[in-house]
Ligand binder design. Structure first.
Ligand code: APR
Ligand code: PHB
Length: 429
């Protein structure tokens, strides 16, 4: 009993000394470099895209401090044109983050989508099958709203960061070093969130012998244009045509987004606007092609299609979120929405750690996030396989593809399954 008493006393004393020293060190640490070269935070977030900003803002709502380190400028990040279909899960997270007002005011609630093939068109009724719609609202606008709410809360975001290195991720005291205009900086933290996209440093911080990577590269790309024209239809149109895939989407009543499948060795400059419009007309249903309003493109680009997942999504105190961990072909509009579910799982895990001293969430993060990631990967692969023409497709393959479309058109259970995946599978508790 006596040993136990002394053990408890010294353990308690050493803990108090440790706390005292840590506090003193943190105070010192926060002040070591007057130029702000070294700071202490709870969560260091690499990447100021949708994942990093959403995580930072959600943590802020619970008083958890974070620093966002972004390689580019804010204008550069906002200059990216990305998909615009939001699942209800992401809509809910934007509401939780306190930045959903403009989305609700300017976004479009869609209860379904059209699918066309050969000379047939049918509608997938999201509301009828799931009771849930999707929100059509540009990802650029999501990111703009997140920047605005972070700045209003005086959130710490550093731009133009370079030479980011994550240290001690597998230890108890991780820290991040980086430079800004050659000035060396350091952030000491409890956790690091790798929200730095496919080309970031976070994923590569996990040792190669720990990481397992899965990839599928599709033999085509998407040529996309933005035009200040009214959308051809009030809902999206996904078209499988003998000439290849096409998609009619929108950003608002005066801004349309269109895509056509193209070869991987194609270039945007190979396409005049007129050539694009003529090809789009050949691929979408005739009644819509006849009423298509065309105009000058204000953006024209080609994106390759890839499926990619890295496992695990956690290594020590480093957690990967969004494109840093996985990529999907844009067919199912799952990129941003799967980043959002990662952020949901990581946010709730960190909240439980700080508020309830529980490691359960952070220990379960990778498994939970990956379970939903792989379902999104499956749906995106399935929908891409259904809607695109593949260079190596045999006549048999083509008959199977058309039979799959016929089945989807005629079978309620098949349509319900597609609708449930498209509007977004639930976030597991
Ligand atoms: N250091 C700091 N920032 C970095 C680094 C780095 N080494 N590398 C990349 N970044 C930044 C990028 O400049 C980008 O702003 O990380 C951010 C990552 O943002 P996204 O690539 O948008 O990824 P994510 O936030 O996960 O968003 C996922 O949004 O952008 C779409 O296609 C994406 O739909 C997907 C979703
Ligand atoms: C878009 O509006 O850019 C968009 C919409 C749906 C998709 C992909 C892209 O599946």
């Amino acid at each position: 009993m006596v040993i136990n008493f002394w053990y408890q006393l010294t353990a308690d004393l050493s803990w108090r000394i440790a706390i005292g020293c840590t506090t003193f060190a943190v105070v010192l640490g926060a002040r070591i470099d007057k130029s702000g070269g070294q700071v202490k935070t709870q969560v260091a977030i690499i990447g100021g895209g949708p994942s990093g900003l959403l995580l930072s803002q959600l943590l802020h709502t619970r008083g958890i401090d974070s620093v966002v380190l972004e390689r580019k400028t804010k204008d550069y990040v906002l200059g990216r044109i990305r998909a615009g279909v939001l699942e209800q899960g992401l809509v809910g997270l934007m509401e939780q983050a306190g930045c959903a007002d403009r989305m609700h005011a300017e976004g479009f609630v869609h209860d379904g989508t059209l699918i066309s093939y050969q000379d047939q068109t049918f509608r997938i009724d999201f509301g009828g099958h799931t009771g849930t719609p999707v929100m059509v609202y540009g990802q650029t606008e999501v990111t703009r709203d997140l920047y605005q709410v972070r700045e209003a809360a005086n959130g710490k975001i550093e731009y133009n960061v370079e030479d980011v290195i994550i240290h001690n991720a597998d230890g108890d005291r991780p820290f991040v070093t980086y430079t800004v205009a050659g000035d060396a900086r350091r952030v000491d933290c409890d956790f690091v969130a790798g929200c730095d996209g496919f080309h970031g440093v976070s994923r590569k911080t996990i040792p190669q012998d720990v990481r397992r990577e899965y990839e599928k590269v599709y033999p085509f790309g998407w040529l996309g244009i933005l035009s200040e024209t009214p959308p051809v239809n009030h809902e999206l149109i996904y078209a499988n045509s003998p000439r290849g895939f096409a998609l009619c989407s929108m950003r608002n009543e005066k801004l349309s987004r269109y895509y056509i499948q193209c070869s991987l060795d194609d270039h945007p400059e190979n396409w005049t606007d007129d050539a694009f419009w003529a090809e789009l007309r050949r691929r979408i249903p005739k009644d819509h092609a006849d009423k298509l309003v065309t105009g000058p493109s204000i953006e024209k680009s080609i994106a390759p299609l890839r499926s990619f997942v890295t496992e695990p999504m956690r290594w020590g105190r480093l957690f990967l979120c969004g494109d840093a961990a996985h990529i999907v072909p844009p067919t199912g509009a799952k990129g941003l929405n799967t980043a959002a579910s990662d952020v949901h799982y990581l946010y709730t895990a960190l909240r439980d750690f700080y508020e309830n001293a529980s490691d359960a969430g952070i220990d379960a993060y990778s498994q939970k996030a990956l379970a939903r990631v792989w379902k999104a990967e499956r749906f995106s692969w399935w929908f891409s396989s259904l809607m695109h023409r593949y260079p190596d497709q045999s006549d048999f393959d083509l008959k199977i593809q058309i039979a799959e479309l016929e089945f989807l058109k005629s079978n309620t259970a098949a349509q319900k399954a597609m609708a449930e995946n498209y509007v977004g599978l639930p976030y597991e508790r």
